[in-house]
Design a protein around this ligand. Structure first.
Ligand code: ZN
Length: 894
């Protein structure tokens, strides 16, 4: 007998079409904070496509049913349980009228209808609508919505929902109402409402077809000065989607609303996007360059969902990457095009964008794919769908989409997109439908490509090469394979189709024009080889001297390349590769190798004196001084891999050794290049008012990296002076927060004074206070007991577990930014983790599950740590309530 209390696992292959369809729904809300009443009138009919089912089962959670009528008659032939409402023996077509209540004020999960700063907001993806009313809460049930909102006019002067405003007016007793209609059928996860005291920045634009559109960014009044960048990003996104994909805004009005309490980044509700304030609000004083870049990306992302997600949606939640992978790919392309358009060196600006995207993939997704939560881009099963909004579905999913473009070319990809919309507009479809459209629009068989959706784990491509001097040939053998992951050993079902871009660099650092055996003439410098077997050999001819291979250019597939480069070859590629991505990759490979050797050494002895190969320092010094390279690129090359990434590369993760090694290399690079760092610091100032342009952002990034290195060098007095001056004079948050970070690192009274000043200055700016917490939690001062500090900060009046941004700023930042202290051998970090996972478990299960995941890789660690982590996981398991956290812990312990 299955345990009836254990949460059930949902399997992809169990999909069946919905037994009923809902054509229209009229919703009426009596908005009251403590208890909101919802009236839902729906037109239902049996789905001709589905097996006959006598009863209707609607999902509903934490609801009180007030009344139920079927075709206008009170209906008692029904039952309610914790999953929802069942109505027995229903006719083939009927009208159902439900009146129910829910309790927004006590809803801390931030799913369904909830309050934030006294305003009403909703979050329905994936399954939040069932916390608002009883419904067929699944993405393949698409209805047309009409929504009437009623509320007290003084408390909630603004009433918003999806689509177009039909009418509005006053009601007795100080109330008012607004009626909205969304002309497009949509799944319930795209429903939204907002009610509160908000103001909007407005713009009117004309789109491609000549239609006028109203754009609004809604915020609290004191934030109105921080909405311009989001509005600009929205306008750019609208134009970009027209130019690149021929996709036009389909509503008369498009709204973005900012909310301070939000579990994720933002949500693409039809015509009414709801955003975490972090991804909307920016002015130079409060937002950093990365904030500006993230806002552009997220505004783009949510806007692009209007077509990839909303007009064509997902059949079921296993297809989540159909919309997320594709939309991340689109936002990446948008950001790259925007950066290129604003840059002197467009190719360099594009490469820097690509590096940032791949860095996240390698750091987060590769680790996920090697741990207990590993799943294919299209998962096979889940217990709680919210746990599958993952780096795999989003970031690896975007790489899978990018591979179509790499294989088919930009035009071929566009034709595939056109066919996809032609066929599926208004439908809920699957990843297979997308692949099919790409294949047919290009007359290509993409059957093999399906494995990218079904295969979990990161593929390795082992590369062997051989130069035959007499024959002037260079053979490259590519072999794909997997390595078993820790607690989920698996093998490949079949070889993947891997687009593998390659270049060959001659002794002068020049690219060869590549010619494969059998080809009449030399071709391009970069060649996309199609690896579609377990192992394949490619023979290049007319190769006059032994080249150095530049492998997987521009990261043409989400794989790990194994090739025995010598240090000298990597130094050579770092200096000469024409592919900027691979120049960066060569540097990272070199520095990772160096750091791992140092970490192994640190496990045995103290790291003292100079243990480094001078040629490596020289190579990085040359990049730093190379004025032909953009500052943004130099900053990326000189930024060391994170401690988490490095620990992941060890057979047994040893956070303390990694920390020692990384700090050691930082100090060595700081001192050996200290003259360069000082020069760079002085030279890369950005005169004039703050501008978030690629050029200025690059200058600030490099300058602030110099400041960080200087604060790790022997010249700490000099660094202190620079940091202090920069802090005092800063006219923007990038410079001020970088200066504060340096001051915190240098410690003592100046650090305390700056922290106090920063707090005072930004007391009323929650997003800046988040930085105040995060900078303290991620500091690298050896003598600082960070667990103690984090505990102290948790008692600060500004800290609350109810605000996800604040929790991420303090607790998540500490754990991922300072693994050496979190993994303290006395277990104090794990004790903190247990407490906070359990505290959040009842408050906000989604956030709790994210925190729980930070220990999922416990088996990877050294035995002493592993045992303590195991105990911590067992402790959580013993008292967990939510299925969100339980799923994570269960999987970790398998
Ligand atoms: Zn998305």
């Amino acid at each position: 007998m299955p345990n009836p209390t254990s949460p059930s696992t949902i399997h992809r292959t169990d999909y069946t079409p919905p037994p009923f369809l809902i054509d229209t729904i009229e919703l009426e809300f009596e908005l009251e904070a403590e208890r909101t009443t919802v009236t839902s009138k729906m037109q239902l009919r049996r789905n001709p496509q589905a097996a006959y089912c006598p009863e209707l089962q609607l999902s509903g959670e934490a609801l009180q049913l007030i009344s139920l009528r079927l075709d206008g008659v009170a209906c008692t032939n029904r039952q309610i349980d914790e999953a929802g409402l069942t109505v027995y023996d229903v006719p083939d077509a009927f009208e159902l009228t439900i009146v129910n209540a829910c309790e927004p004020a006590s809803n801390t999960s931030l799913m369904g209808l909830y309050l934030s700063n006294g305003h009403f907001f909703t979050q329905c993806e994936a399954q939040g609508f069932r916390k608002i009313t009883y419904f067929l809460d699944r993405p393949d049930v698409m209805a047309r919505y009409t929504v009437i909102l009623r509320a007290n006019k003084a408390a909630y002067p603004i009433l918003l929902s999806n689509g177009n405003l039909i009418e509005a007016g006053d009601l007795p007793n100080g109330k008012h109402y607004a009626k909205w209609h969304d002309p497009f059928a949509k799944p319930s996860y795209l429903f939204a409402l907002v009610a509160g005291q908000l103001v909007a920045l407005e713009e009117r634009i004309i789109t491609h077809s000549g239609a006028q559109k109203l754009l609004q960014v809604w915020v609290e009044a004191h934030d109105l000065d921080k909405t311009h960048h989001a509005m600009d990003a929205l306008i750019h996104a609208i134009h970009w989607d027209e130019a690149r994909f021929g996709l036009e805004l389909d509503l008369e009005r498009f709204m973005i609303v900012a909310v301070s309490d939000f579990n994720m980044g933002a949500m693409e509700n039809k015509g009414l996007n709801i955003f975490n304030t972090k991804y909307v609000l920016a002015n130079p004083q409060t937002a950093t360059d990365s904030d500006y870049a993230n806002i552009e990306a997220v505004v783009g992302h949510e806007y692009f969902h209007n077509w990839t997600g909303n007009r064509v949606t997902c059949r079921d939640w296993f297809q989540l990457s159909l919309k997320e992978g594709l939309t991340v790919f689109r936002d990446q392309e948008f950001s790259a095009d925007m950066a290129a358009a604003g840059a002197v060196n467009a190719a360099a600006a594009r490469a820097s964008q690509r590096i940032e995207n791949v860095r996240i993939l390698q750091q987060v997704q590769f680790a996920e794919d090697a741990g207990p939560m590993a799943h294919p881009v299209r998962p096979e099963s889940y217990v709680e769908i919210n746990n599958f909004y993952t780096a795999t579905v989003y970031e690896k999913g975007a790489e899978v989409v990018r591979m179509y473009q790499t294989l088919l070319g930009r035009d071929g990809f566009r034709q595939g997109m056109d066919l996809y919309f032609q066929r599926h507009d208004g439908q809920a479809v699957s990843c297979d439908d997308f692949r099919q459209a790409m294949a047919e629009a290009n007359q290509r068989d993409l059957a093999q490509f399906e494995h990218w959706y079904s295969q979990l784990g990161t593929p390795y491509v082992l590369v062997r090469s051989q130069y035959d001097e007499a024959a002037r040939t260079y053979t490259v053998t590519l072999a794909q394979h997997y390595k078993p992951v820790l607690n989920a050993p698996y093998t490949a079902s079949a070889p993947l189709l891997i687009p593998f871009a390659i270049g060959l660099v001659d002794a002068n650092g020049q690219d060869l024009a590549l010619q494969l055996a059998g080809e009449g003439a030399p071709g391009t410098a970069t060649r996309v080889l199609e690896l579609n077997q377990a192992e394949q050999t490619f023979r290049f001819i007319n190769v006059q001297t032994q080249p150095v291979p530049s492998l997987l250019r521009d990261f043409s597939a989400p794989v790990i390349v194994e090739y025995d480069y010598t240090d000298d070859e990597l130094i050579f590629l770092l200096a000469h590769d024409s592919d900027p991505f691979n120049r960066w990759a060569a540097g990272q490979r070199l520095v990772t190798r160096t750091l791992l050797a140092l970490a192994r050494q640190a496990e045995r002895t103290q790291l003292t004196g100079n243990q480094l190969n001078q040629s490596i320092i020289d190579a990085f010094g040359r990049i730093l001084r190379d004025e032909t390279l953009t500052p943004a690129f130099r900053e990326q090359v000189l930024t060391l891999p994170t401690e988490i990434y490095l620990a992941e590369q060890m057979d047994q993760a040893d956070p303390a050794a990694v920390h020692t090694a990384r700090q050691y290399l930082r100090t060595q690079l700081a001192n050996a290049l200290s003259h360069d760092w000082s020069t760079i610091y002085a030279r890369h100032q950005t005169p004039g008012p703050y501008q978030p342009t690629p050029a200025d952002m690059g200058q600030r990034a490099l300058k602030n990296l110099a400041l960080s290195y200087l604060s790790n060098s022997k010249q700490s007095a000099h660094a202190l002076h620079l940091a202090q001056t920069q802090y005092d004079r800063a006219d923007n948050m990038s410079d001020r927060s970088a200066a504060l970070a340096a001051l915190i690192h240098l410690g003592g009274q100046p650090a305390q004074a700056a922290l106090a000043d920063f707090y005072q200055r930004f007391e009323n700016e929650p997003l800046a206070i988040d930085k105040w917490f995060a900078l303290q939690a991620t500091q690298q001062r050896a003598e600082m007991d960070l667990i103690k500090l984090v505990r102290t900060l948790m008692h600060h009046p500004a800290f609350t577990l109810k605000n996800p941004n604040r929790v991420r700023a303090l607790i998540f930042s500490f754990i991922s930014g300072n693994p050496a202290q979190f993994h303290a051998t006395n277990g104090s970090g794990y004790a903190l983790w247990v407490e906070q996972v359990l505290a959040l478990d009842t408050l906000n299960p989604q956030l709790a599950a994210r925190l729980a995941r930070l220990l999922e890789r416990w088996r990877k660690f050294t035995p002493a740590l592993r045992e303590q982590m195991h105990e911590a996981l067992e402790t959580v398991l013993a008292s967990v309530h939510s299925k969100d956290v339980r799923e994570i812990i269960d999987k970790a312990l398998i």
